[in-house]
Design a binder for this molecule. Structure first.
Ligand code: AMP
Length: 524
């Protein structure tokens, strides 16, 4: 692999990179003055027709690093029916739609036909676009192969292939599809390949399908931006402990919190947390793979336009989203795959801005935190003391449940009265309930949202626990589902499972619990 980025080192402005006047004019209109490091490194080589292996996380300007040279190269030649000239593969619909937006923006001076082939929408419109001849095809792997199998698409005219977010493709089980697609495209094509991390499977893929690529690495693989303040936040193990921890964090950030994405590991948690935040009067919305495409795009655009402050999301739904100026990321759950941490916190601190990332950690999460620290090579600081201060809380809370589970009699004298820690440690001063919470805690209709009251509010706590227990009994698999079951990856050779993974994120759906906003949004 060549590591020669001499041209990039010397070139400092977009005009120095060899882009066409039409592209330069659109870049100026976008307000960009200086290319980002991935753009400096990748664009000159991409313009020369070389294969590029870009190791860059989202938020570094990597989309423009392949879109701008593609536009310049597309100025020569014409599209033919059903034979696209370029193909960009993205792991999720949102990312694909986002790349399309980038093409429209940077390609405003070009008359290019762009076809977006993603699941969740009808084939007809997409087929019409293919029939007309597409200069640029932006697709998720499953839908692309479906079109090919229907005989509506020929890939032997593709001159430039972009594989974006390759490590995410791996996580989602798309690698066999990617290999199939690569084999359908002429050997003479140019390949631009991007990944935030380089696990062995991805390295193997690049060795098989890239030809003497120029490697452009803008930061250490799996590194996290230095402009992001990262903190771990201790919490008790129960959902209501974590929800309270989150509310306290949000409240404590006060005006410093402009907007935030809150990540959960499962769709059910997205739904539960969303409901809870709304009950507590937070301005929140939700984004996950069960929502139809329209509702997802609507939710995203509300968030982007500042009409929504908090977006609760699952990984698949939020992966790679370009939402400038997100001030905070909260990991409501510690991600099970360490790479997801890098991607999640990469939603803040984009394009050199400052950002904050808080990760709520319970005792059972420590192995996942260790994995994250190993991957990023960073020791993440605790926000207000480590987990040792919640040990008592967890053991008191857990022990009776374990005892009952083993058929042991109830410990005499045990009280479900919320006495979780010595009073002095229970609630840090900064975590005193804000008016909205106090209001919520005293609203009778909020019984399904348990609250942890101070010692002098023991009856309220007892009622709340009862309500929570009743709620949990009604759906035991949710709160008690073992961690290992939470993120089921599809079998790599299971095409249907992969399609499901693309369309959903492989977890349990809302069922009858579908929140009202989704029904409404679906009708928009
Ligand atoms: P990306 O990594 O492609 O998702 O881009 C992250 C953000 O950086 C997007 O909002 C882009 O519009 C923005 N961006 C890309 N290139 C530049 C640049 N050269 N100068 C300023 N902002 C940029």
């Amino acid at each position: 692999m060549s590591s020669d980025n001499q041209i990039a080192q010397e070139a400092l402005t977009f005009a120095d990179l060899g882009l066409s006047p039409k592209v330069l004019s659109a870049v100026t209109d976008a307000g960009y003055t200086v290319p980002t490091p991935i753009q400096l490194g990748a664009i000159p080589h991409a313009l020369q027709g070389k294969d590029v292996l870009g190791i860059a996380q989202t938020g570094t300007g990597k989309t423009a690093s392949f879109v701008l040279p593609m536009l310049t190269r597309l100025e020569k030649g014409r599209a033919r029916a059903r034979m696209p000239r370029t193909l960009i593969l993205e792991p999720t619909r949102e990312l694909a739609a986002q790349v399309e937006e980038n093409f429209t923006r940077y390609g405003k001076n070009h008359k290019l036909n762009i076809a977006l082939l993603i699941g969740g929408v009808s084939f007809d419109e997409q087929e019409k676009k293919l029939e007309r001849g597409a200069d640029v095809l932006i697709a998720t792997p499953g839908r692309l192969l479906d079109h090919r199998e229907r005989g509506k698409l020929l890939l032997n005219g593709v001159e430039i292939l972009v594989i974006d977010e390759a490590d995410r493709m791996l996580d989602m089980g798309f690698i066999p599809d990617i290999e199939r697609i690569c084999e359908m495209i002429p050997f003479t094509r140019q390949t631009l390949f991007f990944s935030a991390t380089m696990p062995p499977e991805i390295t193997k893929l690049t060795e098989k399908f890239l030809h003497a690529p120029v490697r452009v690495e803008v930061s250490k693989a799996a590194s996290t931006g230095t402009n992001i303040t990262q903190r771990l936040v201790k919490s008790g193990p129960k959902p209501w402990d974590k929800r309270e921890t989150l509310r306290n964090l949000i409240n404590a950030e006060a005006d410093g919190l402009k907007n935030a994405i809150i990540f959960c590991n499962r769709k059910v948690e997205v739904a539960e947390l969303f409901r809870s935040l709304v009950k507590y009067d937070f301005d929140a919305g939700a984004l996950h793979g069960d929502m139809d495409q329209r509702a997802r795009m609507q939710m995203l655009s509300n968030f982007r336009d500042g009409k929504l402050k908090l977006l609760v999301a699952s990984d698949v739904a939020a992966r790679g989203l370009d939402i400038p100026e997100v001030s905070h990321v909260f990991n409501y759950d510690v991600p099970i795959h360490a790479e997801d941490y890098v991607h999640r916190i990469g939603r803040t601190g984009r394009a050199g801005r400052l950002g904050k990332a808080f990760t709520i950690v319970t005792k059972s999460d420590t192995k996942y935190v260790d994995a994250i620290e190993r991957l990023t090579g960073l020791k993440i600081e605790w926000h207000d003391g480590d987990l040792s201060t919640v040990v008592a809380s967890e053991s008191e809370d857990e022990a009776p449940r374990r005892g009952r589970g083993a058929g042991a009699p109830r410990r005499s004298g045990r009280k479900d009265d919320g006495e979780r820690k010595p009073r002095g440690e229970r609630r840090p001063r900064s975590a005193e309930p804000k008016p909205a919470e106090e209001k919520a805690q005293h609203q009778p209709e909020l019984r399904s949202e348990p609250v942890i009251a101070d010692n002098d509010e023991r009856p309220a706590r007892r009622d709340a626990i009862k309500a929570e227990n009743a709620e949990r009994k009604a759906r035991p698999e949710r709160a008690d589902q073992p961690r290992g079951d939470r993120q089921e990856r599809p079998r790599r050779d299971d095409r249907n499972a992969r399609q499901r993974q693309e369309d959903n994120d492989g977890t349990v759906g809302f069922g009858d619990d579908m929140p009202a906003f989704m029904r409404v949004a679906g009708k928009v």
